[in-house]
Design a protein around this ligand. Structure first.
Ligand SMILES: [Zn+2]
Length: 110
């Protein structure tokens, strides 16, 4: 684990405005890609779609945290979740069903 093909600084990657990703040439002929959204989520692993190689992207997450587009999307979805109080009851019902189905195989094993 943790075997990166290389570590690349974000300044050395190329920005693709159409796809919204930074990319960097992969030795297999394709290219490593990492989206701006991934960078904003503190992810630093760019993957190649054509092989199993990955690279670690060296960057400052704070540079991407303040992107206005991502900020608005994230804030709206979080507020919606907090206002849904009915979900709590549904979650408790689901937990009851889950514990009932889980206890059956345990009893058989013992
Ligand atoms: Zn590749």
């Amino acid at each position: 684990m943790g075997a990166y093909y290389d570590e690349i600084e974000i300044e050395d990657m190329v920005w693709d405005a159409e796809k919204g990703v930074f990319h960097y040439p992969c030795p297999c002929g394709d290219r490593f890609e990492i989206s701006r959204r991934q960078l904003a989520d503190y992810e630093d692993i760019a993957t190649c779609p054509s092989c199993s190689l990955v690279i670690r992207v060296i960057y400052d997450p704070l540079d991407f945290e303040d992107e206005p587009d991502d900020e608005e999307d994230g804030a709206e979805s979080e507020e919606e979740e907090e206002e849904d109080s009915d979900d709590d009851q549904a979650f408790e019902d689901a937990m009851e069903n889950l514990s009932v189905s889980e206890s059956a195989p345990v009893a058989v094993a013992v």
